[in-house]
Design a protein around this ligand. Structure first.
Ligand SMILES: [Zn+2]
Length: 168
């Protein structure tokens, strides 16, 4: 336990997922696919991240990696085994790997990802025999987490349609 972080009573899973959703909304405002993540330690949100692939022009700029990076810096080490992540969308293979490598204790997931999810949808990294298996909890604020994605893609389609109509 880090000495400068005084433990507080854990809040509800919805409370922490709403914080992850705020990061996702920020991503949407920036024109990014809205995915957000926070890391919780001793009841505190110690780090957060959002998807920034487009503006950062980098395939590695996923919400989970940003949150893990900040959490390691905050705690001064790479082992996050007393930490839990709340992420609005099921992690991709890269982020699922990072969650295993950082020894994350538990991962709370909002929406499943049928296109890239690696904790059950496309594959389940926890069945592959790695030496660390984060505990996975699906369905925290699932509607809100999938809703923000649906809304984003609907907006994208509408803007494309408007553009087409304007060009005709
Ligand atoms: Zn990812």
């Amino acid at each position: 336990m880090k000495k400068d972080i005084i433990p507080i009573k854990e809040k509800s899973t919805g409370y922490y997922m709403r914080a992850a959703l705020r990061y996702a909304k920020k991503a949407a405002d920036e024109g990014e696919v809205p995915v957000g993540a926070v890391v919780v330690y001793a009841g505190h949100i110690i780090a957060g991240g959002r998807n920034r692939r487009e503006n950062g022009r980098n395939a590695l700029y996923h919400a989970e990696l940003e949150a893990i990076d900040k959490a390691c810096k905050r705690l001064g080490g790479w082992r996050l085994f007393d930490c839990d992540m709340y992420v609005t969308l099921e992690p991709c293979p890269m982020c699922a790997g990072a969650l295993i490598n950082s020894r994350m204790r538990r991962v709370y997931i909002g929406a499943a990802d049928s296109k890239a999810g690696c904790f059950g949808s496309i594959a389940d990294m926890n069945t592959l025999g790695f030496n660390h298996k984060p505990e996975i909890v699906f369905g925290v604020l699932e509607e809100e987490c999938s809703g923000i994605l649906k809304e984003f893609f609907r907006g994208l389609r509408e803007r494309k349609k408007e553009k087409r109509t304007a060009e005709e």
